[in-house]
Design a binder for this molecule. Structure first.
Ligand code: SF4
Ligand code: SF4
Length: 75
């Protein structure tokens, strides 16, 4: 089970990207429904360490479960 980023809550601050020990957080190509950049987690690489959840300043942006229904990849 991997962590997820709720695409429409993420504000593109990217604190999570450099904190992830396996570099599996990627920037999506487009904008989310708030018009900001957003990021997504590669479920196949995530080791479920929870660091992204600890460092993200946006309440509810990172979810401690695999939610492909809430996470868009922008691809
Ligand atoms: S999940 Fe949080 S830390 Fe990562 S880009 Fe989105 S808002 Fe920023
Ligand atoms: S749970 Fe850990 S491995 Fe998975 S995306 Fe977050 S920081 Fe990266």
């Amino acid at each position: 089970m991997a962590h997820s980023i709720s695409s429409d809550i993420c504000e593109g601050i990217a604190d999570c990207v450099s904190a992830c020990p396996v570099s599996c957080i990627k920037q999506a190509d487009g904008k989310n429904s708030k018009g900001t950049d957003y990021y997504w987690i590669d479920f196949n690489t995530c080791i479920d360490c929870g660091i992204c959840l600890q460092v993200c300043p946006v309440e509810g942006a990172v979810l401690a479960e695999e939610r492909p229904d809430l996470q868009k990849t922008g691809q």
